[in-house]
Design a protein around this ligand. Structure first.
Ligand code: ADP
Length: 621
C-alpha cells in the first residue's frame, strides 16, 4: 500500500516532467530545423542565381569579344567556389546542345529542354546523373547571337542536409542533457512532495496500529508543513477522544458485568429484545428453560427461540413482547402459558413483559421476565384433587350416616335387631370420618413449627403387634395373609411411639389397600449397622416408575383408571415427614403387578431433627 502510493505519485511527477522536457526539446528542434532549412535553401537559390547571372554576363561579353576563356574558367571555378553547393554549371544552345560546361566531357551533349515549357527557373529534386545525386536546377536565359541560350546551374542539397543533420545532432545532445536535467529536477521535486506524504502515511499507520503518541516532523513552512501540523493536531484530538472512549468503555463494561451478575443471580428467566425483536440479552435461567445458549441467540429473532402455547389447546399464543410493542405498556401472559423449549418439551411459565424506553420516552425494546411455575401448577392441581378427594371422602360416610339416622328416626317401631345393625353402620362410618379427620389433623400437626415430638422408649414389636391386630379384619375381608418376621431380641427405640405407630399403620394399611384379594402382606424388622430396619412388602398392584419420586408429596395419588381405591394422598407424606423427624429415611421398590416394598431406616439412638424455628424466631436470629 505504502509502496504503491510512493511509486505512483513519484513516478507520475518524474514521467510528466521528463515528457514535458522531451516535448519542449522536440518542438524547438522541429522549429529550428524548419527555419534553418528555409534560410539555407533561400541562400542556396540566391547563390545559384548569382552564379547563373555571372556566367550569363560573362557569356554575353565573351560572344562579342569572341574570347571564351574567362567563361570557361568561371564555369569551372563556380563548381569549386562555394563548399560544393554548385555541382554543375553549363551553357546550353537553344537546340539543347551543351555549348560549354564546368566539365569538358559534356561538351556537345544534348539536354532535353522540354521541361522549360513549365516556365520555371528553379526545379527542385532534379536528378544529376553525372553527380549521382538530387538537387535543384536553376535555369537562366541569355541572348547570344540573337538567339535565346540557357545558363543552367545545378545546386546540391547535400550541404543543407549535412547542416540540418548537425543541427539535429546538436539538438539531440543538448535535448538529452535537458531531459537528464529535467529528470534530476523532477526527481528532487517528486521527492520533496512524496517524502512528507510517505511520512504522513507511515505515521497514520502507526497511529491506526494503536500508538496514539506518534507525531510527524512539522518544521516546514509550506503547505506540506501545514498539513503535518494539522495531522499532529488531529492525532492529539484522537488520543483525547480515545482516552475518553476508553473511560466510557470501562464504565460500560463494569455496568455490564454488574448487570450480568445481577441477571445471572436472578431466579427468573430474562430476555431483552430490540425494537425489531432481535435478542440483545439472554440470562442463564432463560438458557436453562429454553435450551438455547446466549451466544447462539444474540441477534436472532425472538420468535424463533421463545414460543408459547396454551396449556390446554396447545395452540400458539401471541408473545407478550408483541403486545408490549403494540400497546407500549407492561403486559402479562395468561395462567395457561406454556413454553416450548428448543427440544420441544413443555414448561408451564408465568410471563410478563415491559417496554424499554429511551430518556425521551420512545420504546426501543422490550424486556421479558418469566419463570418456571410447574411446581405451583402441580401444587394447585394437587390441592384441587385433594379438596375434591376430601369432599368425596367426607361425603360418602356422611351420606350413609344421614340416611341410616333418618330411617331410624322415621320408623320408631323398627325391629330392635335392624336398629342395632343400622347403628353399627353409623358407628363404622363415624369411625371412617374420624380417621379422615385424624389424617388431616396429623398433617397439620407435623407442619414445620407445629411438630411436638415425644422421646420415649418404644418397643417396636409391640407397636407392630397392635397395628396388625387393628388391621386384621381389613385383611380378612380381602383374604389377604398378614405375616410378620420380627427377631426375638429386638432392641428398643428412642422415638415418639404414637408417630412410629402412625408410620407402621399407614404402610401396612396401604399394603392391604393396594393388594388384590388372596394376596400377601409381610412386615419384618431387623437391626443392621446401628439402624432399625422396618420393611413392609406386599404382592399388590405396584407403583409406576414415573410416580415413585412423587408418592411422598402431599396429596399425591397415583392415577389408577378404573379402580376406585379411596384415599387422601396424605398417608405417605405423613410417613416421610415422621421418618425424617426421627433422622431416618425411607426407600421404596416396586414392580407393576408384582408388589411393593417400603423400607424404613431408623437410628437406634435417635437424635431428633431440631425443630424448625418459627418465622419470628428466624427473623430475630
Ligand atoms: P393414599 O391415601 O392414596 O393411600 P398415600 O400417600 O398413602 O395416599 O399413598 C400415595 C399413593 O402411593 C397412593 O395413591 C398409591 O397409589 C401409592 N401407594 C402407596 N402405597 C402403595 C402400595 N403398597 N402399593 C401400591 N401403591 C401404593
Amino acid at each position: 500500500m505504502e509502496v504503491g502510493v510512493k511509486v505512483s505519485i513519484f513516478h507520475k511527477i518524474m514521467l510528466y516532467a521528463v515528457l514535458l522536457v522531451i516535448a519542449t526539446v522536440g518542438i524547438s528542434t522541429y522549429m529550428a530545423v524548419e527555419t534553418e532549412t528555409a534560410v539555407l535553401t533561400n541562400k542556396l537559390i540566391l547563390l545559384g542565381k548569382r552564379t547563373a547571372k555571372d556566367i550569363a554576363f560573362a557569356a554575353e561579353k565573351a560572344f562579342s569579344s569572341s574570347n571564351w576563356v574567362f567563361v570557361e574558367e568561371l564555369l569551372t571555378e563556380s563548381v569549386w567556389r562555394e563548399r560544393g553547393e554548385v555541382i554543375c554549371s553549363r551553357i546550353v544552345k537553344p537546340d539543347g546542345t551543351i555549348f560549354m560546361a564546368n566539365d569538358k566531357s559534356f561538351y556537345g551533349d544534348t539536354v532535353d529542354l522540354s521541361f522549360l515549357a513549365e516556365q520555371s527557373t528553379v526545379l527542385p529534386d532534379y536528378f544529376f546523373p553525372e553527380q549521382k545525386e538530387y538537387g535543384t536546377l536553376l535555369v537562366r536565359s541569355v541572348a547570344i547571337d540573337n538567339e535565346q541560350w540557357y545558363v543552367m546551374v545545378g545546386l546540391s542539397s547535400k550541404p543543407i542536409k549535412a547542416t540540418i543533420r548537425r543541427l539535429i545532432l546538436h539538438d539531440v545532445i543538448s535535448g538529452s542533457f535537458a531531459v537528464l536535467l529535467g529528470a534530476v529536477v523532477s526527481f528532487l521535486l517528486a521527492q520533496s512532495i512524496c517524502k512528507p506524504i510517505i511520512g504522513l502515511t507511515k505515521a497514520a499507520k502507526i497511529i491506526s496500529d494503536g500508538n496514539l503518541e506518534h507525531r510527524v516532523v512539522a518544521n516546514r513552512k509550506d503547505e506540506v508543513g501545514e498539513l503535518a501540523r494539522t495531522f499532529n493536531d488531529m492525532a492529539v484530538k484522537l488520543r483525547e477522544s480515545y482516552a475518553h472512549l476508553e473511560e466510557k468503555v470501562e464504565e460500560l463494561a463494569t455496568e455490564k458485568e454488574l448487570l450480568s451478575i445481577t441477571l445471572g443471580g436472578m431466579s427468573e428467566g430474562i430476555i431483552a429484545v430490540d425494537i425489531n425483536k432481535r435478542i440483545i440479552l439472554f440470562n442463564i435461567v432463560a438458557e436453562n428453560l429454553t435450551g438455547w445458549k446466549s451466544a447462539e441467540v444474540e441477534g436472532k429473532a425472538v420468535d424463533k427461540v421463545f414460543r408459547i402455547v396454551d396449556e390446554k389447546t396447545k395452540e400458539f399464543i401471541e408473545s407478550p413482547i408483541d403486545e408490549v410493542l403494540q400497546s407500549g405498556k407492561t403486559e402479562r401472559g395468561t395462567e395457561y402459558d406454556t413454553l416450548i423449549s428448543r427440544k420441544g418439551t413443555e414448561c408451564p411459565i408465568a410471563v410478563s413483559a415491559a417496554p424499554i424506553r429511551k430518556s425521551e420516552g420512545a420504546v426501543v425494546g422490550v424486556v421479558m421476565v418469566f419463570r418456571d411455575v410447574s411446581h405451583e401448577r402441580e401444587v394447585d392441581r394437587l390441592k384441587i384433587d385433594f379438596t375434591s378427594s376430601v369432599s368425596h371422602e367426607l361425603r360418602t360416610p356422611l351420606t350413609s350416616i344421614k340416611a341410616y339416622t333418618a330411617t331410624i328416626l322415621r320408623d320408631p317401631n323398627m325391629p330392635e335387631e335392624t336398629r342395632r345393625q343400622f347403628l353399627a353402620i353409623i358407628d363404622e362410618e363415624s369411625n371412617r370420618l374420624a380417621a379422615l379427620i385424624e389424617d388431616l389433623l396429623e398433617v397439620s400437626r407435623i407442619e414445620p413449627g407445629a411438630a411436638k415430638m415425644r422421646r420415649e422408649t418404644v418397643d417396636v414389636a409391640a407397636v407392630i403387634e397392635k397395628v396388625l391386630l387393628n388391621l386384621t379384619p381389613l385383611a380378612q375381608k380381602k383374604n389377604i395373609q398378614l405375616r410378620k418376621d420380627i427377631g426375638d431380641e429386638l432392641p428398643t427405640l428412642q422415638a415418639d411411639e404414637g408417630k412410629i405407630e402412625s408410620v407402621v399403620m399407614n404402610l401396612v394399611n396401604n399394603a392391604i389397600k393396594f393388594t388384590p384379594e388372596h394376596g400377601h402382606v409381610a412386615i419384618c424388622v431387623e437391626v443392621t449397622d446401628g439402624e432399625m430396619v422396618i420393611r413392609v412388602s406386599d404382592t399388590g398392584m405396584g407403583i409406576p416408575k414415573e410416580a415413585l419420586s412423587k408418592i411422598f408429596d402431599r396429596f399425591y395419588r397415583v392415577d389408577r383408571p378404573g379402580k376406585q381405591i379411596q384415599g387422601t394422598g396424605l398417608g405417605l407424606s405423613i410417613v416421610n415427614k415422621i421418618v425424617t423427624m426421627h433422622n431416618g429415611r425411607i426407600e421404596v421398590e416396586s414392580e407393576m403387578d408384582q408388589g411393593t416394598t417400603f423400607t424404613v431406616f431408623l437410628p437406634l439412638t435417635v437424635k431428633f431433627m431440631p425443630e424448625v424455628p418459627s418465622a419470628k424466631e428466624a427473623c430475630t436470629k
